[in-house]
Design a binder for this molecule. Structure first.
Ligand SMILES: [Zn+2]
Ligand SMILES: [Zn+2]
Length: 151
């Protein structure tokens, strides 16, 4: 029960951040935008097909595509590129910063949170070149253990 309460507080917080981000850019929180955002609060990254599927009782697919385009422009989402199986998740504004290992065969995605190694390595390269980083991406495409066995 306690865990439920914590999860709920997180999603309420995320929604408040979402609302203020949209209004800061002079966009209204329409029904379609809110529906898509709530679906994206899933613990796993989702494909556009999965988002359309989960929202089809409430909004049409064109509204989903429009919302996703806007979310990308405003930095609400982060796209994980794995060919035709591209997945979408909320950006670092909403989730803790992390990286991914993606299986190009089945689309499985593994989250990696490793500030000690990956992020400090990236930070040192950035400093070495005198840059101030705004954001960084570090993604690995490959074949997961299950798909390696099934080959
Ligand atoms: Zn796989
Ligand atoms: Zn990082």
């Amino acid at each position: 029960l306690l865990q439920f309460a914590i999860l709920d507080a997180v999603s309420v917080n995320q929604e408040a951040t979402f609302r203020s981000l949209l209004s800061r850019h002079n966009y209204h929180v329409t029904k379609a935008r809110l529906v898509v955002f709530r679906i994206l609060q899933s613990p796993e990254p989702l494909s556009i097909r999965e988002i359309i599927d989960k929202s089809k009782e409430q909004i049409d697919r064109v509204s989903v595509y429009r919302a996703i385009d806007l979310f990308e422009k405003l930095g609400v989402i982060h796209k994980i590129y794995i060919g035709w199986k591209d997945k979408i998740e909320l950006s670092d504004t909403f989730l803790d910063h992390h990286h991914h290992l993606s299986c190009t065969n089945c689309g499985k995605i593994v989250k990696i949170q490793d500030e000690k190694h990956i992020d400090s390595f990236i930070d040192s390269i950035v400093k070495e070149h005198g840059f101030v980083a705004v954001q960084h991406r570090f993604e690995v495409d490959g074949v997961c253990p299950t798909c390696q066995k099934n080959k």
